[in-house]
Design a protein around this ligand. Sequence first.
Ligand code: OAD
Length: 251
Amino acid sequence: MITKSAEPFSAAIRELTNARNLLVVTGAGISAESGVPTFRGAGGLWRGYDATQLATPEAFAKNPELIWEWYRWRREICHVATPNPAHESLVEFERAFPRFLLATQNVDGLHARAGSKNVVQLHGTIDEILCKRCYRASKNIDDPFEPPSKLPTCPHCGKLARPNILWFGESYWEGVLQKVASFAHIADVCLVIGTSGQVWPPIALALEAQKNGATLIEINPTSGELTPKADIWLQGPAGSLLPALWSQLCS
Ligand code: OAD
């Protein structure tokens, strides 16, 4: 582990220059500059509801219409949004590092749309539905810009479907965390971008990488759960810092 640096940007460049295997963990903050609302803070409010109370199986069981309305709103935003310079820089990082894995908590699909290839979507995807009865996932065929006539149903059995998104209190899908955990064992640097660190498993993966020798670099304008544990904190928006890191690495 390196000691905390007074010059975090130069320290980050040094660590990235020496690294071969790069693990990246992203959260809602990386898409904030694309206009996708974050979960906590002011961005997490929708019609007075707190996002963390809507993203639960209990909320869906109680009021599927309301939860679908919220997700349709979020899906429309995700479809309007385009990848920002932070997403684009990570595509360059992927090309430059011999081994690269990007684990995202985001369901907006912006990493893939930017061109990132080796992406694990830890919390699912906004463009899929999951059947409540037969548990099969399917593409959401509703037009995100048209008000739907009915709630989405499973194309296989016709029953009510939910978004194929991991909710609070639910277990991660089999194999998803393990794939990232395996990479955490070989990562030289773990870059954590735009997450409050309030959801434990993604943070545990970053700490696992650090325990195995990776330098933990955080990019975030404000400090969160992970910041005291990070080796380097780059304080600022990802949309400026990631292109700056990339341009410095290339020079
Ligand atoms: P949060 O909304 O909890 O946190 C967003 C983080 O992004 C905060 O730490 C902000 O300071 C930071 N941020 C804001 N603008 C930024 C910018 N321009 N550049 C970099 N960082 C910025 O979102 P997550 O931590 O991703 O899970 O939330 C984790 C999970 O909780 C979500 O995936 C979701 C949620 O409930 C599920 O739905 C299962």
